[in-house]
Design a protein around this ligand. Structure first.
Ligand code: PLP
Ligand code: ZN
Length: 449
C-alpha cells in the first residue's frame, strides 16, 4: 500500500537563529550556524489538512491490535506524526510501545489517591523507554544506508539503557554498533545486553560525561552515526508516550504526569507529544508535567527553585538512580521551555526517599527501578503538600524494568546502606530445614493468634 502524506518532518534549529531547515537524512546533530540543539518539526499545517482531531483519533484507534507492518508498534501506530516520510520497508521495529498503563489501586489508597496510574514504559523489549526513541533513530539510519549513505556504524555513550536499546535495534537491522560505557558504573544487566547483542562494548575508565566527549570526537572523525540524546530523532519516538497515555484513557487527558529526568530528553519529548496532539485537536488540554530529579543530580530542580531565571550545571554525585546521574543535561533548554510555558513542576528525592518509595510501591505489586522510585517519592511529596489531590488523575511514568536493577533492591532489603531508613525492608529468613523452626517463624508473621 502506497502511503501519501503531505507532512514532511525536518530538522530545525531550536534557537530559531535563521538557519534554514535540514532534511532528516543529513548527518547533523546540532545547528551548523549557531551550534544550538536541533529539533524535528512536523508540518502541523499539513497534518491539520489531512485529518481533523477526531479523524486522527479514529485513525490511530483503527490500528490497535493490527498485525500490519509496522503499525503493531505503539510508536509506528502514530507514524504520520513521528517519521512520516520513511518507507515502511526501512523501519526497524520490535513492536515497542503499547506498554501497559495500570491502575495502582492499592498504592493510591495508601497515599490517599483514587485515580493513580503507572505507565510501564520499562515493560518493553530492552527494559527501558529508550526503545521508543531508538526504533525511530535506527530506522532513519537504516533508510539512509539503504539509499547509499556511507555510514559504518552507530554509536553512543550511555548510562546503560541507551546502549542496550541501540545495540538491540542495530542488531535487528544488521548495523554495527559501538557503545561507550563508564567502567563499573552500570548494572550487570545493562552491561550484558549490548555484549549479547554483538555491539563493540568499550568500557572506559571515566564517567558518563567523559564517555560523551570521546564518542563525540570519534563520530566527528569517522562516518559513524551518533545516537545520543542530542540526536533529536529519538524525541519523536519518545513523544508517543503522551499520545499513548491519552489513547489508553479513551483520549482523555490526565491531570498530572510525573517523570524522572536526567538529560531531560524524555520530559521534552512528553511535552512535545502533548503540545502537538493539542495543536492537531487530538486532545483539548495539557496535563501538569512534573519532573522528578535525584537530589544528587538536581540542576533542573535548582533552576526551578529560582523561577527558571538561571540554569547551572552541577557535579552529579552518585545516586542509585544511575540513569539520571547527570549534572549537565543536554536538553535543559527544551525542558525549561515546555515546563515554563505550561506550568510544569520540578521536585527532588534523596537516596533514602527514592529507595523507600520504590520499595513501598513494590509491596503493592510493582517492581520498580530506582528512577521510578524517584518519581514515586516526588508523588508522595506533592500529595502531602496538597498539590496533587485525591481525585486528580495522576500518571507516574515508570522508565525502566526493575529487573535491570536487582542489586539496588538487594542492597535495600539486606540493609546494606546506612543512609537508608529502610522502613519497607523485607529480607529473606534463613532457617534450618526443620518443621518446628518454620512454624515458630510463621507463628509471629502469618498465623492468626
Ligand atoms: C534515560 C533514562 C531516564 C532519563 O531520561 P532523560 O531523557 O535523560 O531525562 C530515566 N530513567 C531511565 C530508566 C532511563 O533509562
Ligand atoms: Zn541555530
Amino acid at each position: 500500500m502506497i502511503e501519501t502524506t503531505r507532512n514532511i518532518a525536518k530538522f530545525h534549529c531550536c534557537e530559531d537563529c535563521g538557519e534554514p531547515p535540514h532534511a532528516l537524512d543529513e548527518i547533523l546533530y546540532t545547528c551548523p550556524k549557531c551550534g544550538g540543539l536541533l529539533e524535528v518539526r512536523q508540518d502541523l499545517e499539513a497534518l491539520r489538512g489531512e485529518r481533523s482531531g477526531a479523524q486522527w483519533r479514529k485513525h490511530f484507534d483503527g490500528r490497535q491490535g493490527t498485525i500490519e507492518w509496522p503499525y503493531a508498534s505503539g510508536v509506528w501506530n502514530k507514524k504520520e506524526l513521528v517519521l512520516p516520510q520513511i518507507d515502511p520497508e526501512h523501519i526497524v521495529s520490535m513492536c515497542e510501545g503499547n506498554s501497559n498503563l495500570f491502575w495502582a489501586k492499592r498504592l493510591g489508597e495508601q497515599l490517599g489517591l483514587s485515580d493513580l496510574w503507572i505507565k510501564q514504559c520499562g515493560v518493553t523489549h530492552t527494559g527501558s523507554f529508550k526503545d521508543l526513541g531508538m526504533t525511530v533513530l535506527v530506522s532513519q539510519v537504516n533508510g539512509m544506508l539503504k539509499t547509499g549513505k556511507p555510514i559504518q556504524a552507530v554509536a553512543c555513550a550511555s548510562t546503560g539503557d541507551t546502549s542496550a536499546a541501540l545495540s538491540a535495534y542495530a542488531a535487528w537491522a544488521g548495523i554495527p554498533s559501538i557503545v561507550f560505557l563508564p567502567a563499573n558504573k552500570i548494572s550487570i544487566a545493562q552491561l550484558i545486553q549490548p555484549v549479547s547483542n554483538g555491539a563493540h562494548v568499550l568500557s572506559l575508565d571515566t564517567d558518563f560525561d567523559g564517555c560523551m566527549k570521546i564518542v563525540q570526537e570519534i563520530t566527528r572523525r569517522h562516518p559513524i552515526y551518533l545516537a545520543n540524546s542530542m540526536n533529536s530523532l529519538r524525541v519523536e519516538g519518545q513523544k508517543t508516550i503522551s499520545l499513548e497515555i491519552c489513547q489508553q484513557f479513551g483520549w482523555e487527558v490526565p491531570d498530572f504526569v510525573i517523570i524522572p529526568g536526567g538529560n531531560l530528553g524524555n520530559v521534552s519529548a512528553l511535552g512535545k507529544g502533548f503540545l502537538e496532539a493539542k495543536a492537531l485537536g487530538i486532545i483539548d488540554r495539557i496535563p501538569t508535567l512534573v519532573v522528578a530529579q535525584a537530589a544528587h543530580a538536581n540542576p533542573l530542580y535548582r533552576s526551578f527553585q529560582g523561577g527558571f531565571k538561571t540554569f547551572e550545571a552541577v557535579k552529579a554525585r552518585t545516586t542509585q538512580a544511575s540513569a539520571i546521574q547527570i549534572g549537565d543535561p543536554v536538553s535543559w533548554k527544551k525542558a525549561v521551555k515546555v515546563l515554563k510555558e505550561n506550568g510544569g513542576l520540578v521536585e527532588e528525592a534523596t537516596e533514602s526517599e527514592l529507595a523507600d518509595a520504590a520499595a513501598r510501591g513494590d509491596l503493592t505489586g510493582l517492581f520498580n527501578c530506582p528512577h521510578t522510585g524517584v518519581a514515586l517519592a516526588v508523588l508522595e511529596k506533592l500529595v502531602s503538600r496538597g498539590v496533587i489531590q485525591r481525585k486528580h488523575r495522576t500518571v507516574v511514568v515508570s522508565t525502566a524494568h526493575g529487573l535491570k536493577f536487582s542489586q539496588f533492591k538487594v542492597d535495600y532489603h539486606h540493609g546494606a546502606r546506612e543512609d537508608y531508613t529502610g522502613q519497607f525492608r523485607n529480607p529473606p529468613v534463613a532457617l534450618p530445614a526443620d518443621v518446628d523452626a518454620v512454624e515458630r517463624c510463621l507463628k509471629d508473621r502469618v498465623f492468626k493468634r
